[in-house]
Design a protein around this ligand. Structure first.
Ligand SMILES: Cc1ncc(COP(=O)(O)O)c(C=O)c1O
Length: 386
């Protein structure tokens, strides 16, 4: 048994994952395996830091002192071999708000922005909601493995202003290699395309894989890059609304800072400050154990499918705790697949079609739960679909 075999009851904590099942799935009684947070306890050293601050009787306006930025920079150096300058680090109250404000700050209405579907669906809104034009460099799939269509990207980059990169990629689970990222960088440098690299999952890379920070490929690449990062996925603190941008290019940073200031987004959440600091200062061992557990969950699920649902196409999990499953072999419509999964199996997964073209027939399963929960869910699935 490990600490991850235990999960607290999250019901009646206003948990999106556990308390909105009726609203999302039309059914109270489903095992929630959807939205990307973990059912594991946030680490004790993070909770202690938050509780200690909560004990002070005043929760007034708070700023982030140098120790906050130092903890982030040290982590990025220790875990990702990336030397980040203090002045390049900006606070934002979440990666999704940041994607939107960066699009507003650095592009104009009518500009083309490239995304690579199937991809985390708020990318679509970040482009379309601001009157920008979405250009899809759809990933190429072969039996569950995904790669980038570089020829198409080269064409699209001729007229696009920005690429929003998901590195590592949610939902297909790719940890892009240095070689792949170098190719993207070459194309984007050639055509002067900015790269907004969402690296929120960069700490969750499975054994045998290594995360390459896009901006860290070379100083030249850093000049066209904006990187988004947070402790929230890694340490399960998404409710604290705290994230970072790393922007080396002074001109881009100035434009982004202006929007942050105009919307007064830089105050932040005081508990997010303490939690982020504690996570990045003390989180190495806890994270290594978490990755081992998630990898084992992935292997357990993959083994289960091989035995009980052998036609299932399982994408290799190189990073994230999100498993991408192709149910195309069932020959069901997306609507019927979703209906059966909820009503007959009693399971709440993310519909693949929400992630755009290429997501048809797929579902995304959140592996960040105790193995016993995962096995219970898999057995329910096998009962319906075997
Ligand atoms: C790729 C990606 N970016 C951003 C987020 C959410 O970021 P935030 O909660 O900081 O807005 C998620 C959450 O699932 C994600 O998968």
């Amino acid at each position: 048994m490990t600490q991850f075999d235990f999960a607290p009851d999250r019901r009646q904590t206003s948990s999106v994952k556990h308390d909105l099942t009726e609203k999302i799935f039309g059914k109270e009684d489903v095992i929630p395996l959807w939205v990307a947070d973990m059912d594991f306890e946030t680490p004790d050293f993070v909770r202690q830091a938050v509780v200690q601050r909560a004990m002070h009787p005043v929760y007034g306006y708070t700023f982030r002192d140098e120790s906050y930025y130092e903890a982030i920079a040290q982590w990025l150096w220790r875990r990702h071999n990336w030397k980040v300058q203090r002045e390049s680090l900006l606070f934002v109250p979440g990666v999704v708000p940041a994607l939107n404000l960066i699009v507003m700050a650095l592009t104009n209405p009518g500009d083309e922005i490239i995304i690579q579907s199937p991809v985390y669906f708020p990318f679509f809104g970040a482009v379309k909601d601001h009157g920008r034009v979405m250009v899809n460099n759809q990933l190429i799939e072969e039996r569950g493995s995904y790669r980038i269509d570089f020829d198409q990207l080269e064409q699209q980059a001729r007229t696009a202003k920005m690429l929003i990169l998901c590195n590592p990629h949610n939902p297909v689970g790719r940890s892009w290699t240095r070689d792949e990222l170098q190719k993207i960088a070459d194309i984007c440098l050639r055509h002067k395309v900015l790269v907004l690299s969402d690296e929120i999952h960069n700490d969750l890379v499975m054994p045998g894989f290594r995360h390459q920070v896009f901006a860290n490929i070379s100083p030249e690449v850093a000049q066209i890059s904006i990187t988004a990062h947070a402790a929230s996925k890694t340490f399960n603190l998404a409710g604290l609304a705290t994230a970072s941008l790393i922007v080396d290019n002074v001109e881009l940073r100035q434009k982004i800072t202006t929007v942050i200031q105009h919307f007064h987004l830089d105050m932040g959440n005081l508990f997010g400050i303490e939690a982020t600091k504690a996570a990045f200062l003390h989180g190495d061992i806890w994270l290594d154990e978490l990755i081992t557990y998630i990898d084992q969950n992935y292997k357990t699920a993959r083994g289960f499918f091989m035995q009980h649902l052998p036609s299932m196409v399982v994408s290799p999990l190189e990073a994230t705790y999100l498993m991408w499953l192709d149910f195309g072999w069932l020959g069901l419509s997306d609507e019927n697949l979703r209906h059966k999964m909820i009503q007959e199996a009693g399971l709440g997964l993310n519909p693949g079609i929400d992630f755009g073209p290429g997501g048809e027939n797929h579902l995304r399963l959140n592996l960040a739960c105790p193995r016993a929960t995962l096995l219970e869910a898999l057995q329910k699935m096998a009962k319906v679909f075997a």
